[in-house]
Design a protein. Structure first.
Length: 177
């Protein structure tokens, strides 16, 4: 797979595949996001840049020790520091029940490829949210519960504005640092 090196894995491999079940998962989003703490207990992990090919081929271009697999997707291990005001804005935005809409179907963009993982809490209270700017989708995980949904344009613009400045590791990788 990755030669001698393997990635640390966090969480389970996503199980939702059936479109009907994916759409039904939306009913679980509001209760899950209501559990997000109001405090600043947020960790942000940046996803790797999108590359054609498999995850194995993608990871082969990087140092496997600097990455981990979170719920089946690859992220840099080192979290990005998020400003306190942005943590509060993200928490408020994500808790808004009107901020997201039911999954409308698979996109033709090459598949869900999260740009960021937002992790609140620890242990059994952890809520992890993956945001894909390419397909305007969000996946949320808490224990064995998975929720997939679409991000409407207004919310997408707000998320992109808030999270875009935390894409530091892409720039470092591109510069060869």
């Amino acid at each position: 797979m990755f030669g001698e090196e393997t990635l640390t894995e966090v969480g389970h491999k996503p199980r939702l595949k059936n479109e009907k079940k994916i759409k039904a998962s939306f009913a679980k989003l509001a209760p899950m996001l209501a559990k997000l703490p109001d405090d600043s207990g947020l960790t942000l992990y940046q996803g790797l840049p999108r590359h054609p090919g498999s995850i194995d081929e993608q990871v082969a271009q990087y140092d496997a020790k600097s990455m981990s697999k979170r719920f089946g997707h690859v992220f840099y291990n080192t979290p990005n520091e998020v400003a306190a005001k942005d943590k509060n804005k993200l928490s408020d935005l994500l808790k808004d029940p009107k901020a997201f809409i039911q999954f409308r179907g698979y996109k033709f963009c090459g598949g869900f490829h999260p740009d960021v993982a937002l992790v609140w809490g620890t242990g059994n209270n952890t809520v992890e949210i993956h945001v894909c700017f390419g397909c305007h989708e969000l996946k949320a995980f808490r224990k064995s519960v998975e929720v997939y949904c679409d991000i409407p344009n207004d919310t997408f613009d707000d998320l992109k504005k808030l999270l875009g400045k935390y894409q530091q590791q892409h720039a470092k990788s591109a510069a060869g640092q």
